[in-house]
Ligand binder design. Structure first.
Ligand code: HAM
Length: 410
């Protein structure tokens, strides 16, 4: 038996219904904030991702050469594509540009619960505004979308400036390694690495960073950095808006393009892969041939949100099974059409079998059966049977539709 590729999943209709419902609420929330949906290609020139996405992502890419000898990659994330699209199509648009997307990404990671090789992201990008209000808006949109999905989460908001200040003067590669240790809160790993990199003197300040909760504490640790007033402004807006979050200056993010404010959200009931959203302020457009436009955005790990929500019993639409004798087939098609025109789900029997076998199948799959035999065809009526209670009556098609609707609305 052939199996699906490792790290991918199949979704049955019940799961798809839940996914579509969550997707719809996310889209609607984004739209209320003014974000219009865009769509970019599933694969891109490999360069788009190697320019700035960072080591981790490059090693995980599904890269390939096409028949024309072009080096391409399935998208490991969508921000780079959206910024490429902005440079190609959106430069003349009035700023800021507010775009959102929902699409699948591909990363060659070791699969486990909440970590897949094909996964979906719902994200937004705010392009062309470099203000505290823009940073705050993006954080609030993320919080609003997550809350709307029903997931319970902790939001952590930080800024890269204090960490970069504490690492300044060190070689880029060393800085990145230290940021990764700090991001994972691997203080022991950080201590050993600081010693081997000849930077043991930086350790105490670095481990104190994630403990800072206020701008005053940051000032004590890092001195009077120019970015502190921006941090103060963002925090001021979030507090005035009543957002619940934790200031966290230990966030480094896994991608290399971030420049300022960064934030992440974590779901409470997931294991190791509990980060359900990540984002921040970044610059990418200039790398793709555009101006140096400031941007800010985030992506929600849609699949992790669904794992966190667990199975939710959806409101199953009422199903009517249309059963008929061979002579009544034409009539059955017409009745099913009238049910669908009334916005009801009607399923025709498609397999040649007797009314008894049809009824057995209907009892397993539907709420109602419409039976059409010779008598019903002659009188232009139908027999409507409630498959839950066993009650049945002969009536007109309109009455049957009204009866099924009444059941659906109770
Ligand atoms: P990211 O943190 O790499 O950021 O991914 C965003 C979210 O996607 C993560 O928080 C996580 O929930 C989910 N995710 C990542 N990898 C996997 C995986 N293998 N399986 C399931 N879920 C996963 C970005 O991708 C940035 N483009 C976010 C952004 C937008 N920054 C600015 N704008």
């Amino acid at each position: 038996m052939l199996q699906k590729p490792r790290g991918t999943r199949d979704f049955l209709p019940a799961e798809m219904e839940q996914r579509r419902a969550v997707e719809r609420t996310m889209r609607e929330t984004a739209a209320r904030w003014g974000y219009g949906e865009v769509c970019t290609p599933t694969f891109e020139e490999i360069e788009l991702f190697t320019l700035r996405s960072g080591e981790g992502i490059i090693q995980e890419m599904y890269a390939f050469e096409d028949k024309g000898g072009r080096m391409l990659s399935l998208r490991p994330e969508i921000t780079a594509s959206v910024l490429r699209m902005y440079v190609n199509e959106g430069r003349m648009l009035p700023k800021p540009v507010r775009w959102c997307y929902y699409a699948d990404c591909f990363r060659y990671e070791r699969p486990q619960k909440g970590r897949y090789r094909q996964f979906w992201q719902f994200g937004v990008e705010l392009i062309g505004a470099d203000t505290a209000a823009a940073d705050a808006e993006v954080i609030m949109v993320a919080s609003d979308i997550l809350a709307g999905s029903g997931v319970t989460f902790d939001l952590h908001v930080g800024h890269l400036a204090p960490m970069k200040h504490l690492l300044s003067g060190l070689e880029n590669g060393i800085q990145r390694r230290m940021m990764a240790y700090l991001d994972k809160r691997d203080f022991e790993g950080l201590r050993v690495f600081c010693e081997t990199a000849g930077a043991a003197g930086r350790y105490d300040a670095l481990v104190a960073l994630p403990e800072c909760r206020t701008v005053e504490e940051l000032r004590d640790l890092c001195g009077n950095l120019p970015e502190l007033s921006r941090i103060e402004d963002v925090v001021g807006i979030l507090d005035a808006e009543g957002l619940t979050y934790t200031p966290d200056f230990g966030i480094a993010r896994g991608l290399d393009y971030y420049t300022g404010m960064v934030f992440e959200a974590f779901a409470e009931n997931l294991g190791a892969e509990n980060q359900i959203c990540g984002g921040g302020a970044y610059r990418l457009a200039y790398l793709f041939g555009g101006e140096d436009v400031p941007s800010c955005g985030f992506a929600i790990g849609f699949d992790r949100v669904l794992v966190s929500l667990g199975e939710v019993a959806g409101s199953r639409p009422v199903v009517t099974s249309v059963l008929y004798t061979p002579a009544a087939r034409q009539q059955a098609f017409a009745v099913a059409r009238q049910f669908r025109a009334a916005d009801l789900r009607a399923e025709m029997n498609l397999i040649d079998r007797g009314i008894g076998a049809q009824m057995k199948h209907a009892a397993k799959t539907a709420d109602f059966a419409i039976v059409l035999g010779e008598r019903e065809c002659q009188t232009g009526t139908v027999t409507l049977r409630n498959l839950h209670s066993g009650e049945q009556r002969e009536c007109t098609v309109d009455d049957a539709i009204a009866g099924v609707k009444a059941f659906g609305s109770c």
